[in-house]
Design a protein. Structure first.
Length: 318
């Protein structure tokens, strides 16, 4: 799906150019689930789209009782999946806020994930939702051979997801985030896991971006020449390889992968490869994501700065 042309403003909505999803978000905010069911039912054989839509819809429904009503009235696999997604979001938010209800909400979320997985055994999405909670307990299973740091983690759960969908985008990102320093990991472990996972993936797969995600996560503005890291040959060549091998495949996506494109555009700009970055921004159209820009300052300002470096228009100040 080709993104629309940039018309002078950024579109920050996570639905991006998935028109069906954007419309259903409005319905969910109004307390209706009929079209949410239809939007998810059509993704039963498209796990990437199912993950994307269920995650965005969960963010809209998490503060309401919509999924509980839906599950009680129509206990379909889609209702169970949405309950799992919403329950996990609530559990993670409570844990991060050190809410006294965190443990109870986590038990509810685990039950919800198990129910969704039982109703759709071939669907990796409930297992991915469960993987998001692994950081709450720092699961310590031994790593497979091939990793320099051999970091322990939720390897068995991750392996089960890969048995259902070997290149599941969200699963890989959830798993990598387990090793981030803010979740109790280390910079070296995150880089090691990112390299290991990306090298397994096909050359034209978005998972090749994982090392760039780990690089942004490790960014420390207090370090000497922190902004020059992306100019190093290894990172420049990584970004250029993704540009040449993955970017041409984006036109065939059912929705514009805004977050992945943003990481690639950012890396190319930081590597002073503005010509290639310009093509990536063009593929993004008007759609924008908070990351990776928010790691460096105000996301709108950082995005506009990068676009200006490529000679592209930016929104006019209000």
């Amino acid at each position: 799906m080709a993104a629309e042309l940039f018309e002078g403003h950024y579109v920050w909505h996570p639905a991006a150019d998935d028109r069906v999803l954007a419309s259903v978000c409005v319905d969910v905010r109004a307390g209706r689930y009929r079209y949410a069911y239809e939007a998810l039912a059509e993704t039963r054989s498209d796990f990437a789209l199912r993950a994307h839509r269920s995650l965005v819809l969960a963010s809209e429904a998490a503060g309401t009782d919509l999924v509980e009503r839906w599950l009680a009235e129509e206990p379909t696999p889609e209702a169970a999946l949405m309950w799992a997604r919403v329950a996990v979001q609530r559990a993670l938010r409570a844990a991060d806020a050190r809410d006294e209800r965190a443990e109870a909400l986590e038990r509810i979320a685990l039950t919800a994930c198990d129910r969704a997985a039982a109703l759709a055994p071939e669907d990796p999405t409930p297992w991915v939702a469960k993987l998001a909670m692994a950081r709450l307990h720092q699961l310590r299973e031994p790593a497979p051979q091939g990793l320099l740091t051999a970091p322990p983690g939720p390897w068995r759960l991750f392996a089960h997801i890969l048995s259902l969908d070997p290149w599941h985008r969200e699963a890989h990102h959830r798993f990598l985030s387990f090793f981030f320093t803010r979740h109790g990991g280390s910079v070296n472990a995150a880089w090691d896991v990112a390299a290991f996972l990306s090298q397994r993936a096909p050359a034209d797969c978005a998972l090749r971006l994982l090392p760039l995600v780990a690089l942004v996560e490790s960014y420390n503005p207090t370090q000497l020449l922190a902004d020059r890291v992306w100019e190093q040959p290894q990172w420049r060549s990584t970004a250029l390889a993704i540009y040449h091998n993955w970017l041409p495949a984006v036109a065939g996506y059912r929705f514009t992968p805004v977050l992945d494109l943003a990481y690639l555009a950012h890396a190319l700009v930081m590597a002073q490869r503005e010509f290639e970055a310009r093509a990536v921004f063009t593929a993004m159209g008007p759609y924008a994501s908070r990351m990776p820009w928010s790691a460096f300052g105000d996301p709108a300002e950082q995005l506009s700065r990068a676009r200006r470096a490529c000679g592209l228009p930016v929104p006019r100040p209000d």
